[in-house]
Design a protein around this ligand. Structure first.
Ligand SMILES: NC(=O)C1=CN([C@@H]2O[C@H](COP(=O)(O)OP(=O)(O)OC[C@H]3O[C@@H](n4cnc5c(N)ncnc54)[C@H](OP(=O)(O)O)[C@@H]3O)[C@@H](O)[C@H]2O)C=CC1
Ligand SMILES: O=C(O)[C@@H]1CCC=N1
Length: 268
């Protein structure tokens, strides 16, 4: 129901780039936040913000408007968040919650720049724009965690993490994961070309297969799903054996996730 999230005041979205726009679109699509309860801070004009403005959201109002804010959603790049929040902090009321979707920036680090307010970290995917995202949530504060859940559960499958330290791994798996699947799909199409398909056909087949696999997956056991496609002694089994030869698939993904975790830690 529109405006059903009780944040104690307007929801302020700071940054309306790729993820900020996706979050905004998801809130409006799922009617999680009423447009009139939205304040958007964005240095440049963005289509998603303009669409929200047309429905009643406020874009870049005088900062005094932030005194009413219930939650401040930080969706800027980790490299610039300190300079972005410094001018905002004097306007925030005691009850405000800081919600960060920034990869790698830890709650203690956030508290150095914008201390005194409860912090909830959320790691969403841009799929929230269609109400079909994934989000990992962590907070040491129950009210802030509840607010994070209320804002993201309508548009994402969510998991609540028990420990903030797990956020880097959740980010490396889910926040980055769609990009890994796209990279895999691109490589699959290229391999199809190497086996004789023309580029356009290989691209259609690889993309359609990813979509079809996602549609068919449900919550079924992954080994069972594989078993439904790979008959014993068949061609899929031959392909899977090549994929896993000498443990290379597992090793490759261990290294992939470990590299992303390391980078998240460096950014924090
Ligand atoms: N993209 C993704 O899939 C995911 C991103 N994240 C996290 O989300 C955050 C944003 O990433 P992403 O959306 O990709 O990055 P973008 O660069 O697309 O968006 C960042 C936005 O911040 C805006 N900005 C810069 N300065 C200010 C300011 N002073 N006040 C308000 N807004 C400002 C920029 O505005 P302008 O365009 O006008 O310069 C830009 O649109 C990052 O911290 C990232 O770790 C997390 C999970 C997934
Ligand atoms: O790579 C990034 O900057 C962010 C973290 C998760 C997805 N995108």
């Amino acid at each position: 129901m529109a405006g059903s999230v009780r944040s104690g005041g307007p929801v302020v979205l700071v940054g309306c780039g790729r993820l900020g726009s996706a979050i905004l679109e998801g809130w409006l699509l799922t009617e999680t936040v009423a447009p009139a309860d939205l304040i958007i801070l964005s240095p440049s004009e963005k289509p998603a913000a303009e669409a929200a403005r047309a429905q009643g959201a406020r874009i870049n109002p005088p900062l005094e408007a932030l005194t009413e804010a219930g939650v401040i959603v930080l969706a800027v790049k980790p490299a610039i968040w300190r300079e972005v929040v410094t001018p905002l902090a004097p306007f925030l009321n005691d009850q405000a919650v800081i919600l960060s979707v920034m990869a790698g920036v830890t709650a203690p680090t956030l508290a150095e720049g914008i201390g005194g307010w409860p912090i909830v970290r959320v790691m969403p995917t841009t799929g929230v724009s269609r109400g079909r995202g994934v989000a990992s949530i962590w907070s040491a504060d129950d009210r802030a965690q509840g607010l994070g859940r209320a804002l993201f559960e309508p548009m994402a499958e969510t998991v609540v993490l028990a420990d903030e330290a797990l956020m880097d791994a959740a980010t490396a798996v889910a926040g980055s994961g769609a990009a890994y699947f796209y990279a895999f799909t691109e490589a699959l199409a290229r391999a199809g070309q190497a086996s004789g398909l023309d580029a356009a056909t290989a691209d259609v087949l690889a993309r359609a297969t990813l979509r079809s696999a996602a549609d068919s997956m449900g919550d079924d056991d992954l080994e069972a799903l594989i078993g439904r496609i790979a008959s014993p002694g068949g061609s899929t089994r031959a392909g899977l054996d090549a994929l896993a030869k000498d443990g290379r698939l597992t090793r490759m993904l261990d290294e992939t996730v470990a590299a992303a975790v390391r980078r998240n830690r460096e950014m924090g």
